[in-house]
Design a binder for this molecule. Structure first.
Ligand code: MG
Length: 246
């Protein structure tokens, strides 16, 4: 017969170092429930895992619409969706709360303008909280407005930008804020972001929706709201966009 011998742990406790011993088995600290769901990871090149919603696979923007609910006006070519100046933001038709997002973007190879005017776009979680998209390769601007900043709230830890014309990746964990029945903030939004494989935002707390002018301030909103991509007038491209609800 096989028996499992208990582990004896002894600790010296108190002023007179009374030795107390506990009998424990390794099984006592094993947790078996719940068992994590099986997810098939994507193959190479950051492809979507099996439980992700693919928001853009390079073919069409059928899961997106413009601000008026009409078809998205951005150009689709060579597997990428590119901002067409003046057509405006695009929003997902579905709303999301807390998510993991993978998105790839490319600033125009032809460098035009500088500072905020060069390769500017943005990813607005819940249409409210912007992770900046900007050509920040050898292009100084205010630090809390450069690529991978949580715009006007958190400077990225480092500048991991690739040169204009090259594809870049963002992998983001966005924790949506929560509000009570009266609209009072219960928990703020948090963001962790990785730019081209480099940690740039480490569980930063957002102070409210992104504001261009003035201080951010929370206002109660729905638990799920569309993801939005910004038209800032520059032909920034996107591809391979997938999202997992948390
Ligand atoms: Mg922007």
């Amino acid at each position: 017969m096989k028996t499992t011998l208990p582990t004896i742990t002894c600790l010296a406790l108190g002023l007179f170092s009374t030795v107390t011993c506990f009998a424990q088995k390794p099984e006592e600290t094993e947790v078996w429930e719940p068992e994590p769901a099986v997810v098939t990871p994507g193959s190479a090149n950051n492809q979507a895992p099996s439980d992700a919603i693919v928001l853009f696979d390079g073919k069409d923007l059928s899961l997106w619409e413009d601000k008026d609910g009409n078809a998205a006006g951005w150009e689709i070519k060579d597997g990428a969706a590119t901002v067409v100046k003046g057509t405006g933001v695009i929003n997902t038709k579905s709303g999301f709360g807390s998510v993991q997002l993978h998105i790839e973007w490319r600033a125009p190879s032809k460098v035009v303008g500088d500072g905020q005017g060069r390769g500017n776009s943005g990813i607005f979680f819940q249409g409210l909280y912007e992770l900046q998209v900007l050509d920040s390769y050898d292009n100084r601007t205010y630090s809390n407005g450069q690529a991978a900043s949580m715009y006007k709230q958190h400077i990225p830890l480092v500048n991991a930008s690739r040169p204009p014309g090259e594809w870049q990746t963002y992998d983001i964990v966005f924790k949506a804020p929560s509000f009570d029945q009266s609209g009072k903030l219960l928990t703020p939004a948090y963001v962790t972001a990785i730019h081209n494989g480099v940690l740039v935002q480490d569980h930063v707390e957002l102070l409210g929706p992104t504001k261009f002018i003035g201080q951010p301030e929370y206002q109660a909103h729905d638990a799920k709201l569309p993801l939005q991509l910004q038209d800032h007038g520059n032909p920034v491209s996107y591809r391979n966009i997938w999202i997992r609800e948390l």
